[in-house]
Design a protein around this ligand. Sequence first.
Ligand code: MLT
Length: 242
Amino acid sequence: MVVRIKIGLATQDASKAVKRGDLIIVIDVLRASTSIITSLANGAKSVTPTKTLEEANQLHNENPDYLLVGEREDYMPKEFDLGNSPASLTRERLEGKNLIMTTTNGTRALVKSKESRWVMVGAFLNAKAVAEKTVEIASKNGTDISFVLAGEKNHFSLEDFVCAGAITERFPRNTTEPSDKTVAALLAFKGAKHNLLESVLKSKHAQTLTNIGFTKDVEFSCQLDIYNIVPFYHDGKIQVFP
Ligand code: MLT
């Protein structure tokens, strides 16, 4: 069965994808998806995303051994254990730990997608793995695939769109039927991939991160296919798809 591929260009499109019963790939390259993938690749057991700081703190009161991770206005909130810099999410700090994560856009997009049976997390880091696994699941279950781009406060983000193109390029041949918007993302990626970092640095969010000293996070986030894992959001928690 050929799987149709669609793109929701901002967080508010998640509900449409949920209503259609699509498998959802949530993308927030800078930096929530990149951080979630890195945490799980470095041995974290689970990541529980929350929309608000209050929910994160409440959950932490109930589970004091969990680590609090995330950002507001790009910086680590007061009394959190770690910010949202993927390079700081090392095996040393995370192995065997459960995380509670809240970020401005990425965890919001995830929570908005949670009613879908299948919600995966994608970024450049795991583009190939997520492309292969999602097509396999979608074909088996007779669903389509929707990208939900976290964007920035409900606005379109260049880096998330280009990443949707990278994943689209990696869908196995002749298995998918991309919408025109998805083809546009693919063309954007094909134009960007020869110097991915330079292209991503043209985005508003990358410029903000660079201006406040987080250039390394942008560099880290632009690595393609370095992890072979697919984070799966199910029953409130994100874990590596078995
Ligand atoms: C977000 O969810 O808005 C991002 O991950 C923000 C960031 O940490 O750069």
